[in-house]
Structure formats: C-alpha cells, structure tokens
Write a protein of this length. Structure first.
Length: 252
C-alpha cells in the first residue's frame, strides 16, 4: 500500500491535467455542516491541489500537506498564495496546531490505520469538523465498463483500493464513516452524495487511468501497452459517473 501511495509524483503534471476537480457544492456542504465559521483547515494528502483550491476559494486558510515534493511543486502553481504547504506524511505532522477543519480528498485511505483517528482528533479544535471525500470514475454504460474491465484484465485486475475496514459499499455507512461512527472521538457522523456526471474524450479518460496507482506500479512498457489496449476498447467519448461521497463528523 505504501509503495502505491508514493507513485503519484512521477506523473504529477498528468495528474493535474486529467484528474477532475471538485464542485463548490462539496465545500458548501462542509461549511453548512460545521454550523460555525471555518477559517482554518488542514488538508491530508493534498496532491496537486484539486480540493485545496476550492476550499481556499471560499476563504478558508488551508495548510496543504503531502509527502511528495513533486505533487506539492505542481500544487503551488494552481492555488492562491494564502495556501501554506508542508511536505510531510500525515503520520509525521506535529500535533502542535489545531484547525477548524481537517479534510482529505481521495487520500485518507493512504494513511496508516494505527492512531489515525487519534491524530485527526488531536489536530481539531473542540467541535471541529473532519471531512473525507472522493469520487469513483466509473463508466456509466455497463457494456463499456465491461469492455474496459476485459481490456485491462491482463495487467490490472482492479483499479480500486479496497476499503481499509473491509466495509461493503452496499452498507448504510461506507468507510471512513464506519470507523468514525464506531469511535468515541467523533459524533454526528453524516454521509452526503453529490451527483456528478461528465462526458469526456476516451483519450482523456485513459489519461486519468494513467495516474491511477494500479497502473503506476506496472513497468513503464507494460503500463503503456495496457493503456493502449484500454483506449482501443473504448468509444471516442465516454460518460463518467463521478458522484462525490462526502463523509462528515464532529470532534466529540
């Protein structure tokens, strides 16, 4: 898992180019849930700043952290000067500052399970909010999705990272809400789904796939062969399901 977590910097520019951003609705839901001013936030695994710029655009002073220097170098080209960057893994962050909000966008599953929630709670102001969100990039047409699965199968069985707690996607709560709800450190655990549908060129969709860790761990020649095979299996345009699942909780 750790090796996959540290693969993204090798394709930081492509990550920025092909990975979609997050809608303003994500920030608006977080701020509404907080029910009080949110002026400071710590972002875990900020990457190239896809979520950073949306929160900063709403006036939140974000401290964006990531262990990968290449990702942060890309991030600073796209976020306001008000954003502070820290190169560090979540587990190495000092617990000397607290924030109104701690959030992670498609990154929390890369953190170490041991002590994860104790660290989050320690970084929050009393009553502060933790938010975790991400979105699948599934193809809307089941037939096209099956063609994709078959095309990538010789190289990649599944691009998804399993839920750290093994919780099934069909449950009432999904990870990380399952763990937050079971912890005495948090209360008011809530999940919100924000529907997102886009249609993109197949080349752009394959560009996105080229930034997925399951492909990044392949030797370069095999990776390119796999991506070429996938592109050949797709129509010129694909409809993508990118519903954002937002997990919220409050420090007890």
């Amino acid at each position: 898992m750790t090796s996959r977590a540290l693969t993204f910097g090798s394709v930081a520019a492509d990550y920025e180019r092909y990975r979609p951003g997050y809608p303003d609705d994500v920030v608006e839901r977080v701020l509404a849930y907080a029910g009080r001013p949110v002026t400071t936030a710590l972002e875990i695994g900020a990457g190239t700043g896809k979520a950073t710029r949306v929160f900063a655009g709403h006036g939140v002073r974000v401290t964006a952290t990531d262990p990968d220097a290449a990702m942060l170098a890309e991030l600073v080209q796209h976020v306001p000067d008000s954003v502070r960057t820290v190169r560090a893994a979540f587990e190495d962050l000092p617990l000397t500052t607290t924030y109104d909000l701690v959030y992670a966008a498609a990154a929390l599953h890369w953190t170490r399970p041991e002590g994860r929630w104790e660290r989050v709670a320690a970084l929050l102001e009393p009553g502060g909010v933790v938010a975790s969100f991400g979105a699948p990039r599934d193809l809307a047409d089941p037939a096209v999705e099956e063609a994709l699965r078959l095309a990538q199968a010789p190289w990649v069985e599944d691009v998804e990272v399993p839920a750290p707690d093994g919780a099934a996607d069909e449950g009432d709560l999904q990870w990380p809400s399952t763990e937050m709800a079971a912890s005495t450190l948090f209360t008011d655990v809530t999940e919100v789904v924000i529907e997102v549908r886009t249609t993109v060129p197949a080349r752009d969709y394959v560009g996105l796939m080229s930034t997925v860790s399951a492909f990044l761990v392949l030797p370069p020649a095999e990776r390119q062969q796999a991506l070429d095979h996938v592109l050949a299996a797709l129509p010129q345009q694909v409809e993508v399901v990118g519903d954002v699942r937002l997990h919220l909780a409050r420090r007890a």
